[in-house]
Design a protein around this ligand. Structure first.
Ligand SMILES: Cc1cc2nc3c(=O)[nH]c(=O)nc-3n(C[C@H](O)[C@H](O)[C@H](O)COP(=O)(O)OP(=O)(O)OC[C@H]3O[C@@H](n4cnc5c(N)ncnc54)[C@H](O)[C@@H]3O)c2cc1C
Length: 458
């Protein structure tokens, strides 16, 4: 996800008065933001992704008894590394660290064996059936229009509509729709046809974690989680999908698929938004209308990474990202600046991901055909060695990529999702971030800090 690439430019155009004088520093949750109360009791955390693990870590630091119930057979949630496919770990979920003003950035920096870099690859754009570097396209009016649209889309002030409706209303050239879809909708975990332009404006105006993106030069995101959350990981009960939460009494009853019942005074729910949408967890009493409305009014849908390994590299050694493939949306070189292994990561969301997902393993052939189209002849197919498909929508306990604003939604919906119920059910996880950092790892971690302050109040 590189969605903050043009943030600096777009923010410059935002009137300072609207944002308030110290807006930049209001929402960047750090360790110092932990202001716990003195409540003590038994807590169950549901989900062992970054939000769940960090919540449990902070509770343990406060001497509070905690158990984490995790549905799958491993910790990390949407942080997963593919080891042994190349000479470096390939991130199948979160890959970039967005900004250097977050607690997550601090944890990454403080992990032995993990280092950061900002590889300076060149973007290549596929338009009018032609693949060229950004330098070679320089001055092309159709590409400039797409890039200008991308850099200003987050300053929108009209009636809410989808990003695609906005580009049509603005009279953009249809030849650049794939480019702007890759630059905007795909980065937000969906398609321009589903993403609210008002929603991304609202979220970006809150963004406070910094503009620079970092990749891991050594190690993996999972190494960071494991290093800082060892005590919390000890409290995880794997293969325990929660199916029912009964919060009628003061002691809550949490039932897993195997029929085991756990009791606790408070529960912190960190499962992905798509799991809440699916109804796989039932609540007694039923969730209040404000909560179910919020669950419906935030988007989360299909998303995939397809990792392609080749025998030889056929692209320019400086390639950073291939942008605008009608099937792939984006492909990048995850090893840039750290490995010569010829690997491409396809990062595809929304409608395009639904299509590729429907093909199963044949998605690889479609992507190779698109690369052949870009590079000519049979280039990609001839060089192909192996593929690894990570289809997040098909992960039974994730069911999608990450949350995004839909038309008519907005931060108010995220606040409603985050609000606790009767001081019994508490909600954390990326979709509950109200500080503009939803859909990110550092945003998920920040919700753990917020929820700790709530859970520990009497
Ligand atoms: C393809 C992709 C690329 C991304 N790229 C980036 C990036 O570059 N940078 C970045 O900052 N972020 C990125 N993200 C987003 C980031 O990964 C997430 O925002 C973050 O990891 C979410 O953490 P979480 O704890 O909220 O949820 P999760 O990690 O999803 O954790 C929730 C956990 O709940 C468990 N669960 C679900 N149902 C149940 C149940 N019934 N009972 C018990 N447990 C259950 C799940 O198995 C899971 O382990 C990316 C995500 C994806 C998918």
């Amino acid at each position: 996800m590189e969605r903050k690439k043009f943030l600096k430019q777009s923010l410059l155009a935002v009137p300072a008065l609207y944002l308030g004088s110290n807006w930049l520093f209001t929402s960047c949750k750090k360790k110092d933001d932990i202001k716990p109360g003195d409540w003590k009791g038994d807590v169950i955390v549901i989900g062992a992704g970054i939000a769940g693990l960090h919540t449990a870590k902070l509770l343990l630091d406060l001497g509070i008894n905690v158990t984490i119930l995790e549905a799958s057979g491993k910790t990390g949630g949407r942080i997963q590394a593919l080891s042994g496919f190349a000479d470096f770990d390939i991130e199948l979920g979160a890959e970039e660290v967005h900004g250097d003003k977050s607690e997550w950035y601090n944890l990454v920096k403080g992990t032995p064996g993990v280092s950061l870099h900002t590889p300076d690859g060149e973007d290549y754009f596929f338009m009018n059936n032609t693949l060229k570097s950004e330098t070679a396209w320089a001055g092309d009016a159709v590409l400039v229009q797409a890039q200008t649209f991308e850099s200003t889309a987050r300053n929108y002030s009209g009636a809410d509509k989808t990003v695609h409706e906005a580009e049509v209303a603005q009279g953009n050239n249809p030849a650049n729709y794939e480019i702007s879809n890759a630059l905007i909708g795909n980065e937000y975990g969906t398609s321009n046809t589903r993403l609210s332009i008002k929603g991304i404006t609202e979220e970006d105006q809150l963004w406070s974690s910094g503009d620079k993106n970092y990749n891991l030069k050594t190690g993996s995101y999972d190494d960071v989680l494991r290093h800082h959350h060892a005590a919390a990981i000890d409290k995880v009960v794997l293969n325990s999908p929660v199916t029912k939460i009964d919060y009628n009494e003061s002691k809550l009853a949490i039932t897993t698929a195997a029929g085991k019942v756990y009791n606790a005074d408070r529960v912190v729910i960190t499962v992905p938004l798509a799991v809440l949408k699916s109804g796989k967890i039932t609540f007694s009493p039923a969730l209040p209308a404000a909560k179910t409305t919020a669950i419906s009014n935030i988007g989360m849908g299909a998303g995939m990474k397809v990792i392609l390994k080749f025998k030889t590299r056929f692209w320019d050694s400086a390639l950073g990202t291939l942008i605008g493939g009608p099937k792939s949306a984006e492909m990048w070189t995850p090893g840039l600046g750290k490995s010569n292994a010829p690997i491409l990561t396809t990062f595809v969301m929304g409608e395009k991901a639904e299509y590729l997902s429907s093909l199963g393993n044949d998605a690889t052939n479609v992507l190779l055909a698109e690369l052949n189209q870009m590079y000519g002849g049979n280039t990609a197919t001839a060089a192909f060695e192996a593929a690894y498909i990570m289809d997040w929508g098909k992960q039974p306990y994730i069911l999608g990529a990450y949350s995004y604003p839909i038309v008519g939604g907005g931060i108010a919906q995220r606040s409603a999702l985050a609000t606790n119920i009767d001081k019994k059910l508490f909600f954390a996880g990326e979709a509950t971030n109200t500080a503009g950092h939803s859909a990110t790892a550092h945003g998920a971690l920040e919700t753990a800090i917020r929820v700790i302050n709530e859970v520990t109040q009497g």
